[in-house]
Every structure is written in C-alpha cells, then in structure tokens.
Design a protein around this ligand. Structure first.
Ligand code: NDP
Length: 335
C-alpha cells in the first residue's frame, strides 16, 4: 500500500499553550516502522487512553501522538509468515497507544509479536468491547482461580464496578458462578450491574474505611480492585483468612495506606495484575475463552459505540470517573 494513502486518526500535540487533540488525517508514511500493517475496524477507550489523550507523561512522552492502547481489524500487509493479509487480529497493550501510535486511527503498524489472531466467533467489534478491560478482568479472574478462590466459597467483591474492567469482571465472575458484590458510585448503573449478575450493590463509601484500624471484620474470599488507594486498603483489611485480592487499578489513588497485618495474621494474598506485558500464551487463552465459554451475553448492553469526533467528550467523562461500561471507537471522522 502506498505511503501517501491517508487515514483518519485522533491526533494529540503538545504546544506551548497546552495539549491540542483533534480528529484529523495522516498518511501511512507517518506510522512507525513495524512488521505488520493492520487496518483498524474498531479501537476502544480505556482510562489509560484518557490519560494519554490529555498528555499525561506517565503514559505518553512522545508527541505528536495517536492514542488507543487497543485495536482490532484485519492484516493489510505483513512481513511475518504466519500473519497473512485478510487475517482478523487483535492488539492490546505493549507500547501501542503509549509511545507507539495507537488504535484511534484507520491503521496501526506494529511488531508481529504484539498481535493475537482473533479466535473464531469473535468479531473485531466484540473484541474491542472487551479490549484491554476484558483482558485485565479475565487476568484478575484467573488470578483468583489460580490461588484457589472457587465459586461457592463466599462473597467476591469488585470495585469500580460500573467501569470497563469492573463491569466485565462482575459479568465474568457471575457467569462462572461466584457470589458477586459490586461497589459503585453510580446509582444509575445498578440495573446494568444486576443484569451482569451482581447479587449485591454497595456504594463507594461502604468500602472506604477511615477508622485507622489495621483489620476489619473478615468478609470477602476474593476481590477485584480497579480503584487502589484507601479502597484497596479497606478490601485487604476486610478479607477472610487466605482471601485473595487481584489489584489492577488506581482511579482512586496510587497510595496504599496499610499495615502488614492482613498478610501476616490472615494470610491475605495480594495479586498484582499487569495486562500490558501479559504473556502470549495467557493472552491467547483469554481471547479464546472470551470467544467461547466466558463470552458475556450482556456484552452489547455494556457497550457504547462512538467515532473519533466524539472521543474528546468521552475522554473527559472517563477521567472524571463518570464512564459506564465499555466504549468502542470506530476510527472515522466527518472532518
Ligand atoms: P473506567 O473509568 O471505565 O472505570 C473506573 C471506575 O472506577 C469508574 O467507572 C467508577 O466506577 C470508579 N471510580 C472512578 N473514580 C473513582 C474514585 N475516585 N474512587 C472510587 N471509585 C472510582 O476505567 P477502566 O476500567 O478502563 O480502568 C480502571 C482502572 O484499572 C484504571 O486505574 C486503569 O488504569 C486500570 N487498568 C489497569 C490495567 C493493568 O494492566 N493493570 C489494565 C486496564 C485498566 P463506579 O462509579 O461504578 O464506582
């Protein structure tokens, strides 16, 4: 494909006056070198994309930049023997959308080892409804399973439950038979969370202990935490003996105000989750599970589709904690 072929993208520049971000067009010559050119059918909006799109140096240091840590579509050109043109693929994490131009664009060009072939039964749009959020939620579920938290053992709690990772974690855990409590700051999301299978819904304030006690009543056998900060500390203090917390997020803060007592008196297990460098075998297993036995019948209910023209509004929302479910991005613009 000729280098002067142009495509739509969401272009973020740092200028003296601040960050300028807008839909525009660029050409294939602007893309970084890489093994595989992928025509993007859909990308998605994750909290991290919100940070990247607003110039947060913790995510993106190289500008101008195109955000989008997720992309799904078809191979357009490839120097990798096992990735032929027309093949449906998904790419999440690695450096995509961080310091390598990402999926909020008509095309991405990436190393072959970032790519997972889409399993049978999963469309590029469905893959982006899950996206990094789905991969991360599934990693959290696997972390609980691996550490022996089984359905029927007791209450499992999910924080940030109406968000991307949280809503998919609620859905997956309920589908697998766990007794799920959802923590949400959005009363309007209660119906969605019930449809996803949450048995109880509690407010953020119920999991935000300010007493200063080193341990609280032992209640949960498992937890998926997307919030961090005092909420993660409260969960760790509230776990039953041998309980497991899978921690992946920091929307509520990066600090962890805690003593060692949950670990040394109750044997609580804190499992850290990193989706960016998730090993290839685990990625393939999770995508195949999401296409098959773990697929969520409620996926469409929790998905909102937008174009590049609407991304700015949704970025503001996700950074304020106001986003619900998953946002898929169709890389088109009227500009
Ligand atoms: P979303 O914004 O979609 O979801 C976050 C949810 O957290 C919100 O919807 C809200 O849910 C809740 N929330 C927001 N602000 C606060 C707050 N101040 N205190 C308590 N709860 C809050 O984001 P994502 O699902 O995309 O990401 C969630 C987190 O997980 C982020 O920190 C992200 O960086 C991290 N993450 C980490 C990954 C990894 O590999 N470790 C991969 C993917 C995400 P509600 O209103 O229901 O309470």
């Amino acid at each position: 494909m000729a280098d002067d072929v142009s495509f739509p993208c969401y272009y973020v520049q740092k200028e003296a006056a601040g960050v300028r971000a807008e839909p525009t067009r660029r050409t294939l010559a602007d893309l970084p070198p890489g093994d595989v050119l992928v025509r993007v059918a859909y990308s998605s909006l994750n909290y991290k994309d919100g940070l990247s799109a607003t110039g947060n140096p913790g995510v993106t240091r190289k500008f101008p930049h195109v955000p989008g840590i997720d992309a799904a579509g078809t191979v357009e050109a490839s120097s990798a023997a096992d990735l032929r043109p027309g093949e449906a693929v998904v790419i999440t994490g690695h450096d995509q959308g961080q310091n390598t131009w990402g999926g909020w664009a008509g095309f991405v060009r990436v190393p072959a080892d970032w790519i997972v072939k889409l399993p049978e039964g999963l469309s590029p749009r469905d893959a982006m409804s899950y996206g990094t959020a789905g991969l991360t939620a599934a990693q959290c579920v696997e972390a609980l399973q691996r550490r022996g938290v089984i359905p029927g053992a007791g209450e499992v709690i999910v924080t940030g439950a109406s968000g991307g990772v949280g809503s998919i974690a609620v859905g997956l855990l309920a589908k697998l038979g766990y007794d799920v409590t959802a923590v949400s700051g959005k009363p309007a999301a209660a119906e969605l969370l019930q449809r996803l299978g949450a048995r109880r819904i509690v407010g953020r304030g119920d999991v935000d202990d300010k007493s200063g006690k080193p341990l609280l009543a032992a209640r949960y056998v498992g937890a998926v935490d997307t919030v961090g900060g005092n909420m993660l500390a409260t969960l760790l203090k509230s776990m039953q003996r041998g309980g497991v917390v899978a921690a992946c997020g920091l929307v509520g803060g990066a600090e962890l105000p805690l003593t060692v007592f949950p670990f040394i008196l109750r044997g609580v297990d804190l499992a850290g989750i990193d989706s960016v460098e998730c090993p290839p075998e685990q990625r393939r297993r999770i995508w195949s599970n999401l296409a098959g036995p773990w697929s969520l019948p409620q996926l469409e209910d929790l998905t909102t589709e937008i174009t590049l023209d609407e991304v700015g509004t949704y970025v503001e929302r996700i950074l304020k904690g106001e986003s619900t479910g998953r946002i898929v991005v169709r890389p088109t613009t009227t500009r």
